[in-house]
Design a protein around this ligand. Sequence first.
Ligand code: NI
Ligand code: MN
Length: 226
Amino acid sequence: MKITFYGHNCLGLEIKGKHILVDPFISGNELAKDKVNMDEIKADYILLTHAHSDHTLDVDAIAKRTNAVIVSNFEITTYYEEKGFPVHPMNIGGSWTFDFGDVKYVTAHHTSSFEDGTYGGQPGGFVIKGEHKNIYVAGDTALTMDMKLIPLYAKLDLAILPVGDNFTMGIDDALIASDFVECDKVLGVHFDTFGFIEIDHDEAKKKFYDAGKDLMLLDIGESIEL
Ligand code: NI
Ligand code: MN
C-alpha cells in the first residue's frame, strides 16, 4: 500500500493497483497548490470524510476528469449524485468490500456541512483493509471513546490522525487516540494549513517518541510505503 500526502487531509492511496483519493483540497491550500499538480492525480475512488470545503473543494474538478466513484455518507453522496457523479453511499457503522479492499465508515466527532449550507450528514472516518495492511483515516474528529472500537474491526498498521488542534484533536489527544486504536505508528494530518492549526513539528514528534510511538509528518507530495 502506497500513501501520498497532498497536504491537509488529502491523501492518495494506492491499493491493489487502484487509486483512492481522500478529501481533495489542493487548489485552495496555499501550501499545496504549487507543489501538487491536481490535473495529474489519479483516482478510481474519492473517499470523503465530511462535507467541509477543506475536504471537498476539488471533488468536482477531479471527479469530472477521472470519473471516480465518490464514497461517503448518504447525504454527501446524494449531493454529488444530483450533480451527475457516480457514487457509493455508506453510513456510520457500515462496511463494503470494494475491488481494492474492505472499507468501514466509522464515527467521527465533528460537524459536516457544504459551503452552500447543504447538510452534509454525520462526519466519519474510514477503516480500510487492503493488501494485508490495515489503516484508519480518522478524518476531522475530536478524541472519542468510539475509537476504542477500531481494534475490534482491524489490527491497524497505520493510524492517520488529525494533529492540528483548534478544529480537531491536537497532539496530546492524538497520542491518547493512538492508544485507543492500538496503533503506535501515526501519520499526522490537518496541521499547518491555516494559522489556527500551525504546530511545532519537533515538539509533536518528541511527544510521540517519548511515549514509545512514531509520529510521521510528511512533506506535501511525499509518499510512504506500507
Ligand atoms: Ni471539518
Ligand atoms: Mn477540516
